[in-house]
Design a protein around this ligand. Structure first.
Ligand code: SF4
Length: 312
């Protein structure tokens, strides 16, 4: 694993204004979180007002993630705090997914290092994940390596800019972070990539490479043979992160297309992250051609209809 280099990350300003601690309604007038104060200890705890998942353990995980978000960002939200949260969520998703995968029957899960069939599609990320990936690249890569990655991301962005997610799912459009069949940002890969798994690598290969099989898969929506528990874990953590930041801090947490978001962060102004933490919507151009609603790894979270953030 690559170590963080000594490249200094400049200190970023905090948002500068304290946010209300009550949960805010989303664009549809719903509110999912509530903040309880224990009168004896004075401690505050974030809870779901009502379940957002059918599985009780997913609701517990989502609430715990929202609690962590509240604890880390309370007072003055900062870009560094959001990156810390994304790193927390990434580690928690991997831990949970690994524990769940260990319960699968021996040999059932087909995913192996070097197997990359699922890395040829639009990948959904939240802004904190995108910020954590950009921070990782900027603090660990040499200037020459960063320029190479930026070029690859820009080329991929040019090729895929107007493609809906269904057309992005193609052997012609590898993720720009896929290098020689391996993920070059494995340490900070998106939450969705951590939950994804397959029970049949042959099915994955056919689905990607055979146009008829691909068309049939896309007509069905997400429906490959997978061990669902790690995917549910990713959904719960992502939902807790999205709800926590959007309802408690009024940040825009709608899913983004990974390539588009990284293009913005690697080629756009440094002030973009600060604009987001102030509650603005600088990631709007990275929402993807179909707003993340079609197949793609971000689809399950968008389908929950969570975290649409503040109306402009
Ligand atoms: S980020 Fe990594 S794991 Fe995810 S699609 Fe890209 S190459 Fe694959």
């Amino acid at each position: 694993m690559k170590q963080r280099s000594s490249k200094a990350r400049p200190a970023r300003p905090k948002a500068g204004n304290k946010r209300r601690r009550d949960a805010h309604k989303d664009a549809e007038g719903r509110v999912h979180l509530t903040v309880h104060r224990d009168p004896a200890s004075g401690n505050e705890r974030v809870a779901l007002r009502s379940p957002v998942f059918q599985e009780a353990w997913q609701n517990d995980v989502a609430a715990a993630t929202a609690n962590t978000a509240y604890a880390v960002l309370r007072g003055e939200p900062s870009v560094d705090g959001a990156i810390e949260l994304a790193r927390n969520a990434m580690a928690a998703t991997s831990r949970l997914a690994a524990g769940l995968l260990a319960r699968a029957p021996g040999g059932a899960v087909a995913c192996r290092a070097g197997c990359d069939h699922c890395c040829y599609q639009s990948v959904g990320v939240t802004p904190p994940e995108a910020l954590a990936i950009a921070d990782h690249l900027k603090t660990t890569l040499s200037d020459a390596a960063l320029a190479r990655v930026t070029r690859r991301v820009s080329e991929c962005r040019d090729r895929t800019r107007d493609l809906p997610s269904a057309e992005r799912f193609s052997p012609d459009h590898p993720c720009p972070f896929l290098e020689s069949g391996r993920c070059s940002i494995y340490e900070v890969r998106p939450l969705s990539c951590r939950g994804m798994n397959s029970l049949d690598a042959g099915e994955c290969a056919t689905r990607l490479r055979d146009p008829d099989a691909r068309a049939a898969f896309l007509a069905r929506g997400l429906g490959g043979r997978s061990f669902m528990e790690p995917i549910r874990a990713f959904q719960a953590i992502s939902a807790g992160l999205q709800l926590g930041l959007s309802e408690l801090f009024r940040l825009d947490m709608r899913p983004l297309d990974l390539t588009a978001a990284m293009h913005l962060l690697l080629t756009g102004p440094e002030s973009l992250a600060d604009a987001w933490i102030r509650g603005e919507r600088p990631f709007e151009p990275a929402r993807g051609a179909d707003q993340g609603k079609d197949p793609g790894l971000g689809a399950p979270i968008e389908a929950l209809g969570l975290a649409r953030g503040r109306d402009p």
